[in-house]
Each structure stands twice: as C-alpha cells, then as structure tokens.
Design a protein around this ligand. Structure first.
Ligand code: PMP
Length: 453
C-alpha cells in the first residue's frame, strides 16, 4: 500500500460531510479544520477518506492507534469480547483481571509488587484528575506544580495544570497550579545557552520551593510530561528529571508522570520514565492503552492509597472491549518486538529528518524519543514559524501525509506514527516531507524575488 491523493483536499464527498458536520457541531471542532477530510476506513499506517484518497497517518487518532488502523488481532479480541460483555463498572471480570495483570507486567520489576491501580473514567484527563485527587488526599495539601508548555487535558481542573495559555483563558478557570520552567533547551526559558546550562530551570524550582518567601506552598504533587507532546515534542533533559526526582523525594512531594501520550511504547520503552532511571509515585496512562478503545488508569505507589471506599467513582470505568483489546495489544507488541521497532525506525526517521534540517536553514530543531518526533521550524521571510508549519502541513497533506502541529504558535511539525511503522513507510513519509518542505522553501524564495523586484 502507499499514499495516493486523487482529488483536491477536501474532495467532493468529504466536502459534503464536513459541511453537514459544521452545520450542527460546535465551533470547537478541531482536527477536521486542519485536516479537512471525512474518514472512510483505515488499514495499518494508512487512512482512506470518503473520496478514496489514501494518506499515511502520522496522527493515528492523536497517538491512540499504536498498531495502526484495524489491526486484525485487536479486532478479533474486541469482537470476541463483544459477545461476552461490554460494560462492567468496577466489578472484576476475566477480561479486566487479565488486563490488570498485563498492566503490572509492563512496569519495571521493582515497581510491580508495590503498585496499585485505579481505573478512571475513559479519557486521559480523567486519569490526570484522579492522580491529582489521590495526591491531595494523601498529602492533605492543595496546590500542584506543573511546567511551562505542559498539557494535561481539557477539563476545568486539568486545564489549570496546562501551560498552553490559549486553551485556558476562560472566565473563572480555577488556577490551582504554580508553573515552573521546563527544560526546553532549543529556546531556554531562562535565556541561557545549553552549553552553559547546569539545569538552572530545576534550580529555580528548588529555590522557590525552599524559599519561605517564594510564594509557592508545598504542593500536593508535581506533574510532568517526560516528553511534552502538545507543548512541542520536547524531551525533558535527563539531569532535569533526575534532579526533579531527588528534590520531590527530599521534600516528600509525590511525582506524577503524565504518560498519556508517551506511554504504551511510544518512546521505545513501555513508559518514558524508564529511560530516565526514575520511579515516580504516580503514572497516568490512557490513549493507546485500550488497543483503540477508551480507557485510563493511574498506577501508583501503594503508600498513597489513602482513599476511602468509593472515593473516586465513575460509570465508564469498566470498558471490557478496551480490557480485551488492550491486553492483546500488549502481548502482540511483546511477541513482535514492537518496542525494538520503535527504537530502530525512530532513529531512522530522526536521521532522515536531520538530513532535511541540513538542507533547510529554517528547520531549527529535530527532536523526540522513539516514534514521538518533532521538527521545530523557524520563521521564513514574512511567515511566522507557525505559518511555515501550516504551509508544510498542507503541502504534505496534498501529497498524502497527515500530521499535526504542536508547540508555541504551532511552530513544530509533530509525528505520531503507528509503532509498527516499517522503514519503507518511514521513507515514504520522509519523501513526502522533503517535497513539501522543498515546495515551501521555493515559494518563499519566489515571494522574496517578487518583493526584491
Ligand atoms: N495528558 C497528555 C500528556 C496528553 O497528551 C493528553 C491529550 N493530548 C491528555 C493528558 C488528555 O487526554 P484526553 O484528551 O484523552 O483527555
């Protein structure tokens, strides 16, 4: 299979469905605005729209479909479960206990015997809400420390933890969070050069938490994405994370790692925290975990389990299809060494992106872990970096590659391909990107020639 675009985007049939949708759905519609297609079906790394255009899908349902679209084994697992039961509140079932065992097996051995699980409502934000509530109950404190550029969900209280200002400028939005600089070395929040850095951003947090006049009371938790996703695919520096872990331990502050996007193998290990050599108190996991079906869990140090019976309930915490497909997915990923593939193809993709960077000086940075990759663009002529990404994205879409922007003003092209991506598929995406970036460079050049005249 390969990408094939045979109509304008959107084609005739997509245009009709998009118009019907726009007439009744809220203006908060998001993804179809940037990628104006109506979906027909998917197959592996490819997505077909209702006009029969075939795209390489590097969005994969916002990082959910780690084995690509319609993986036959995951489909069979969900179909079989459909005949048994679909909804189970928080009663134990065979499917649920099987999934639970697999979830624990995904953790590093040292954590398995002291970890408790709570099944949350179905979304990532539900998991984050539960994690914060657990830490508040345990510590009896109220505030949370989070980081510039972080994203933790779209509910009221997860928005309060989110660094992305535009998405939270709501009247009366509760701000329970104190924000501190994240190790974004390409554009250091403290204006320092990476060479002279001794992780001053974490030093700043340390000073504030220890300063009786720092204005930040001891928080109930610190919440961190090890690779910021929406914030622009920014892997935290190793020394930043290690020192944060030491500091939170010294001050007895639970550390929550939000692995909603980085979890389930995306970065080349089951969870990204493993690559930092740390043990967090709480891991939030969702998105890919249910093999394409909604589920979210928190995995936490049993020491924190100060919850009374029914302290955190919710109707949709027993999605049996997610349990069946999710457990199967873990086993398939292990059998097929999908994590090994993420590491191999991730390096291959990154090398290809770096070669593009050598050719184009408006590519500022190439970064990421495993198959969570981003390219940060710089402004070009009169175009802002966000406009450049927009142009590259549109040119790539016309050639059959779907991806989303991320980061400040959308200055990062972000790639979340399936984790069983082949080298050939990666090369196809790189070829499309090379052509799209080339087209944007050429039109900037001819615009400049035009203005010079
Ligand atoms: N945390 C992170 C790190 C995320 O990337 C997201 C979603 N992009 C969320 C939380 C929220 O997940 P959901 O949209 O399922 O609520």
């Amino acid at each position: 299979m390969s990408a094939r675009v045979i109509t304008e985007i959107p084609g005739e049939a997509s245009r009709r469905l998009l118009a019907e949708q726009a007439a009744v759905e809220s203006s908060a519609r998001a993804y179809p605005r940037l990628t104006p297609i109506a979906i027909s079906h998917g197959d592996g790394a490819y997505l077909t729209d209702v006009d029969d255009n075939v795209f390489l899908d590097f969005l994969t349902g916002a990082g959910v479909l780690v084995l690509g679209h319609n993986d036959p084994e995951l489909l069979r697992a969900a179909q079989a479960q459909l005949e048994v039961s679909t909804h189970g509140l928080d009663f134990p079932t065979s499917a649920k206990q099987d999934f639970t065992r697999e979830l624990l097996r995904m953790l590093p051995e040292a954590m398995r015997n002291k970890t408790k699980i709570h099944f949350c409502g179905p979304t990532g934000a539900d998991g984050v809400e539960a994690a914060v509530k657990l830490c508040k109950t345990f510590t009896g404190r109220s505030g949370v420390v989070s980081f510039h550029g972080g994203f933790h969900g779209s509910t009221q209280s997860t928005l309060a933890l989110t660094g992305l200002r535009a998405s939270k400028e709501l009247p009366g939005n509760p701000s329970i969070s104190s924000f501190f600089p994240y190790s974004y070395c390409h554009k250091c929040p403290l204006g320092l050069s990476p060479e002279s850095c001794s992780v001053n951003c974490i030093q700043y947090l340390e000073n504030m938490l220890n300063d009786p006049s720092g204005g930040t009371p001891r928080p109930a938790a610190v919440i961190l994405e090890l690779v910021q996703g929406e914030g622009g695919v920014i892997p935290a520096r190793l020394d930043f994370v290690r020192r944060l872990r030491e500091l939170t331990r010294e001050l007895d502050i639970p550390l929550i790692v939000d692995e909603v996007q980085t979890g389930c193998g995306r970065t080349g290990t089951w969870y990204a925290f493993e690559q930092y050599g740390i043990e967090p108190e709480v891991v939030v996991s969702s998105k890919a975990l249910g093999g394409g079906h909604p589920v979210s869990v928190i995995l936490f140090d049993e020491r924190l389990d100060g919850w009374k019976p029914a302290a955190h309930t919710g109707t949709f915490r027993g999605n049996q299809l997610a349990f069946a497909a999710g457990a199967t997915q873990i086993r398939v990923m292990e059998r097929d060494d999908v994590l090994g593939n993420v590491r191999k193809v991730g390096v291959h993709m990154k090398d290809g992106l770096r070669r593009l960077q050598e050719r184009h000086d408006f590519i500022g940075d190439v970064r990421g872990l495993g198959l969570m990759l981003g390219v940060e663009f710089a402004p070009l002529g009169s175009w802002s970096a966000g406009e450049v990404v927009d142009r590259v994205r549109t040119a790539a879409l016309r050639r059959g590659l779907i991806f989303e922007p991320a980061g400040r003003d959308g200055c990062v092209a972000r790639f979340l391909p399936p984790l069983n991506l082949t080298r050939e598929e990666a090369d196809e995406a790189l070829d499309i990107l090379a052509a799209a970036i080339g087209e944007v460079a050429e039109s900037a050049e001819s615009l400049r020639g035009h203005l010079d005249r």
